[in-house]
Design a protein around this ligand. Structure first.
Ligand SMILES: [Zn+2]
Length: 256
């Protein structure tokens, strides 16, 4: 199996998983680069997995479905280009011979879902849309800090070696903020240097892993002492898990 982040727009990745014959794509905001990739690699599109309703994740769905006949899967409670199979937590999707578990991860949008499969090329794989990014998390457009924290807790409960396929190349910007929160985190300093090298070489920083993110991502570290202390500087009333998370999210929104 090959896992390829097909770039689209300014900083989106349209993840394609293929076996040399068949392919699936996640969150195709634009059909053009996906059709070009399929053609260049002589692939037949089998499935389209959608995590949430934003246009940069769904804009190519109709054209791809109509051109290729691929099956479309998406969150039950959001407006996804129809027809598609409506999914909620606990549902399973079989695509490319793999079984994906559906996880509800509200926060960025109200009905956002993620797709987890226990083994691709020897490790688990997660397609998490705009919920978790390397060094960051999605903005709270439709959900509360409590919902997003609970969603991220579900993702960090997955095996540490899970490959995390985020849908944006936001890593360097996120790490600049992470370093402001935790300047003394040596894992973070080292990871940032690695990611700068990758971007200088024109390479994606993704996929990341749950293990890596737990070491460096301030949104997954809101129960760690240095992050709690930093949150208090931003909001002196940030004393419990949810208010620490909310403070870090608010701080990031304003960070320049
Ligand atoms: Zn989004």
């Amino acid at each position: 199996m090959k896992l390829i982040p097909v770039p689209a727009f300014a900083d989106n990745y349209l993840w394609v998983l293929h076996d040399g014959k068949r392919a699936l794509v996640v969150d195709p905001g634009d059909a053009t680069p996906v059709l070009a990739f399929l053609k260049a690699n002589a692939l037949e599109l089998e499935s389209i997995l959608v995590t949430h309703h934003h246009a940069d994740h769904t804009g190519g769905v109709d054209e791809l479905r109509d051109t290729t006949g691929a099956r479309v899967y998406g969150p039950a409670t959001e407006k996804i280009p129809s027809p598609y199979e409506h999914l909620k937590e606990g549902d399973k999707v079989t695509a490319m011979g793999l079984e994906f578990n559906v996880i509800d991860v509200p926060g960025h949008t109200a009905g956002h879902i993620a797709y987890y499969t226990p083994e691709v090329n020897g490790r688990p794989l997660l397609f998490c849309g705009d919920t978790l990014f390397s060094g960051g998390c999605g903005r709270l457009f439709e959900g509360t800090p409590a919902q997003m924290l609970a969603s991220l807790d579900k993702l960090t409960a997955l095996p540490p070696n899970t490959g995390v396929c985020c849908t944006h190349e936001y890593t360097l910007g996120n790490l600049r903020f992470a370093l402001a929160v935790e300047p003394g985190n040596t894992e973070l300093v080292a990871y940032n240097a690695e990611c700068v090298k990758l971007r200088d070489a024109g390479q994606p920083t993704l996929p990341t892993s749950i293990e890596q993110e737990l070491k460096i991502n301030p949104f997954l570290r809101t129960r760690q002492a240095p992050v709690k202390t930093a949150a208090l500087h931003f909001d002196a009333s940030a004393h419990d898990d949810i208010s620490v998370f909310a403070a870090i999210r608010q701080w990031k929104n304003q960070f320049k």
